[in-house]
Design a protein around this ligand. Structure first.
Ligand code: ADP
Length: 328
């Protein structure tokens, strides 16, 4: 992916800049079922305008997918980056939003440290790398070592701004990298977006990680977010010299949980030193090592997610894959 920033494209979102008092539509589309068409009871004028601004951004994004994990360090951000990069390489218009407020790692994984955000009349401009638009709190911190010490309501507000005040433009996919667990950040994002296409859940094979996957699945069910599937990462290591497979962290934990919880299992990604190297050097693995067997495997794992686009283009916007409908 080239590092050159490119200009924002897409049409203007009029209401994002000049919402009119008492407006009955955010004027960004002509949907008659738009949730921001009417002011809700108990909603102030200001809250209504904010909701319209948020909606005018969201309705320009066709598919929203959240990447979750029960535990940290399982490779969730790595999967989010490579899913977004795979889609961008397929020519899709992609946004990658890092809502990990306390440990934003997307700027490091994509080599964006020191990148300076700019503002246009449309809003804050995400960093654009080869057609993939990236936003993270890490891009707003002056120093990488700065610790963010915020409580729930402030975090929820920041996440709202990431959606409402960032000039995402027209996107095919917004991939959201959530912090591990089922805390404030994933809850805020699910509530703000309303209709997510679904969640991709990343785990490692060990029991200790897999147990938390159940919680992540339960969280999705409670919020009526379809589970698109479970990916098991760091699943074995094949010795490059003798070819012997060693299951360093065990194997099969992700698959077992997926079967138990009746959600799709999308596949396993092995431990691959090239993945670690790509992450450390700020490059998307699927692009940098495009011809490697692991990159090919990742593309296959992500394939069912591309079906979301096809299936929901044929049905109503935001509709679930048939397999997910039975879950909630
Ligand atoms: P999380 O978001 O779950 O906390 P990350 O995606 O940041 O975890 O991954 C942490 C690090 O683990 C990555 O920067 C990368 O170096 C390494 N890593 C992740 N998955 C793999 C893998 N399959 N093979 C080798 N290294 C990996």
């Amino acid at each position: 992916m080239s590092e050159a920033n490119s200009k924002q494209s897409g049409r203007k979102a009029p209401s994002a800049q000049s919402p009119t008092q008492g407006a009955t539509s955010c004027q960004s589309c002509d949907r008659t079922d738009c949730p921001a068409l009417k002011r809700k009871e108990n909603e102030s004028e200001e809250q209504f305008r904010e909701r319209q601004q948020l909606q005018s951004r969201l309705c320009r994004i066709r598919h929203k997918v959240i990447v979750l994990s029960g535990k940290g360090g399982v490779g969730k951000s790595m999967v989010a980056v490579n899913l977004a990069a795979t889609l961008a390489l397929l020519g899709k218009r992609v946004g990658l939003l890092d809502v990990d407020i306390h440990g934003p790692s997307i700027p490091t994984l994509l080599g964006l440290e020191g990148e300076i955000l700019r503002v246009s009349e449309e809003g804050i401009l995400p960093v654009d790398i080869g057609g993939m638009k990236v936003m993270s709190l890490g891009l707003l911190l002056r120093n990488q070592n700065d610790a963010v010490i915020w409580r729930g309501p402030i975090k929820a507000n920041v996440i709202k701004q990431f959606l409402k005040d960032v000039a995402w433009g027209d996107l095919d996919y917004l991939i959201i990298d959530s912090p591990p667990g089922t805390g404030d950040e994933p809850l805020s994002i699910c509530q703000l977006i309303g209709t997510l296409d679904g969640a991709l859940i990343v785990t490692t094979p060990q029991k200790v990680a897999a147990v938390d996957v159940r919680k992540a699945i339960t969280f999705c069910r409670q919020l009526q977010v379809p589970v698109l599937g479970v990916v098991e990462n760091m699943s074995g290591f094949t010795c490059p010299k003798c070819g012997e497979l060693t299951t360093i962290l065990g194997s099969g934990g992700g698959k077992r949980i997926a079967e138990d919880m009746e959600v799709p299992f999308l596949g396993s990604i092995p431990i691959d030193p090239k993945i670690a190297e790509a992450c450390d050097s700020g490059r998307a693995f699927v692009q940098h090592y495009a011809t490697s067997p692991t990159a090919e495997l990742m593309r296959r794992i992500f394939e069912p997610l591309f079906a979301i686009a096809e299936s929901s283009d044929a049905t109503a916007q935001g509709a679930d894959l048939p397999k997910q409908r039975s879950q909630s």
